[in-house]
Design a protein. Structure first.
Length: 196
């Protein structure tokens, strides 16, 4: 990359471009992984706090299936696109709130619900309202890894974009300098020794 420094055809601009490329390579090899690790670590700490909070706020409750949930047409933004089905089947169930009062409502199930009267495990909040299950540690860690990968890719993209901007400006300056030099020497061509 920086070899051939004594080459007469290799100018200062070429050396500067080589230094920019070397700096960008070092940032890609060192800076981007550090950014990815830091982003993943921050995401992991935040998600672990969220997992602990969700497990503290939510509790599993045994419910009883009352019957199927009323069917509702749900459209995904485009009325001509058809009906959008929920990822989890929904049923009407009854359960007991933390204060002991009976509750009945529509809940999502993780699997195909049983017939009326069958037991069903649901998650509720402190008020006894149904909520999604708390995030587990494995899911949180997967999200943290994806956050780290995203931070790495973002850092690498920023380094490459910066390199392209700097090299683009250097090339533009080089072309401007060549244009100025050409404008200064072009009128002199053909005057001496060419018969013109």
């Amino acid at each position: 990359m920086l070899r051939g420094r004594r080459d007469p055809l290799r100018g200062a601009a070429d050396r500067h471009e080589a230094w920019v490329a070397l700096g960008a390579l070092l940032l890609l090899l060192v800076g981007a992984p550090v950014a990815g690790w830091a982003g993943g670590a921050v995401a992991d700490a935040s998600l672990e706090r969220s997992v602990r909070a969700q497990h503290a706020e939510r509790r599993a409750v045994e419910a009883v299936v009352v019957g199927p949930a009323p069917r509702r047409e749900r459209f995904g933004g485009d009325p001509e696109g058809g009906v959008r089905r929920s990822a989890h089947p929904r049923v009407t169930a009854s359960w007991q709130a933390p204060d002991g009062s009976p509750r009945t409502g529509e809940v999502a199930t993780a699997s195909r619900p049983g017939p009326p009267g069958s037991p069903l495990r649901i998650w509720t909040d402190a008020a006894g309202l149904p909520v999604p299950p708390p995030m587990d540690g494995r899911t949180a860690r997967t999200h943290a890894v994806l956050g780290g990968v995203g931070a790495f890719l973002l850092a690498a993209g920023c380094v490459e974009a910066g390199r392209r901007v700097v090299v683009g400006r250097m090339v533009r300056r080089r072309h401007e300098r060549i244009d100025r030099e050409w404008a200064a020497t072009a009128p002199l061509w053909g005057r001496t020794g060419t018969g013109g």
